[in-house]
Design a binder for this molecule. Structure first.
Ligand SMILES: Cc1ncnc2c1ncn2[C@@H]1O[C@H](/C=C/CNC(=O)c2cc(-c3ccc(F)cc3)cc(O)c2O)C[C@H]1O
Ligand SMILES: [Mg+2]
Length: 214
């Protein structure tokens, strides 16, 4: 059996990036996915929006739903202040294994806790397992039909506080229509759409930023 796309992405990082240099890991993945083989990373264009929202929020505790190969994990973790933590959830063991290696190659393993399992099972365990009081920032990039149930679960578990910022990828393509309805119609969120393009393409996509009002 041959290699998988995530394994080929990891090889491209090991070949073209510099160990301990997150920027070079990000560039190596973007180059590979733009010129060799498309993959569902948030990418360089939407990545700049992610970077700017992150810099604005400067979270002490951040959560990512859907690690995949760890591209956005590296993008987020590289911008965290010393002592800040990112927890990322991934239920596919093969993806998690590649992500761990990409995160380690970037030298960011001390800032990131990758937890393997379904978000629906793990979110209710965040407080007891990781001593999380609440998250300052949440990046949603997993199955699009899980965005609403997991947002409601984060609310119900008391993991959102007044001012927590949720940033959701792919609200246009593949689309998360129920999520857009939920955060845009709820009095508990102040939402804003950042128009962009689907990673490595000219197709429209965007990120939705929603501030929890408590
Ligand atoms: C519930 C749950 N718990 C833990 N991990 C979960 C989970 N649901 C998915 N995951 C993990 O996140 C990752 C899944 C992400 C889903 N993302 C996507 O399906 C996705 C798809 C596209 C896309 C766009 C146009 C096209 F023509 C084709 C594809 C683009 C993207 O940026 C995406 O994030 C991997 C999976 O194992
Ligand atoms: Mg995505």
């Amino acid at each position: 059996t041959g290699s998988s796309r995530p394994q080929r992405m990891l090889k491209a990082v090991q070949k073209n990036a510099t160990k301990g240099d997150p920027k070079s890991v990000i560039s190596a993945i973007d180059y590979y996915c733009r010129h060799k083989e498309w993959a569902m990373n948030v990418g360089d264009e939407k990545g700049l929006i992610l970077d700017s929202v992150l810099t604005e929020v400067n979270p002490s505790t951040a959560l990512e739903l859907g690690t995949y190969c760890g591209y956005s994990t590296v993008r987020i973790a590289r911008l965290l202040s010393p002592g800040s933590k990112l927890i990322t959830i991934e239920f596919n063991p093969a993806f998690a294994a590649v992500a761990r290696q990409i995160i380690a190659y970037a030298g960011l393993q001390d800032k990131v806790t990758l937890v393997e399992g379904p978000s629906g099972d793990l979110i209710p365990k965040m407080k007891e397992r990781f001593g999380i009081k609440s998250f300052d920032f949440v990046f949603l990039d997993h199955w699009k039909d899980r965005y609403v149930p997991d947002t409601k679960l984060l609310e119900d578990c008391g993991l959102l506080r007044k001012g927590t910022v949720l940033l959701a990828d792919n609200v246009i393509c593949p689309g998360a229509p129920e999520y857009l309805k939920y955060v845009r119609n709820s009095p508990r969120y102040e939402s804003q759409y950042y128009k962009s393009n689907l990673e490595y393409t000219k197709v429209e996509d965007g990120l939705e930023k929603s501030v929890f009002l408590g």
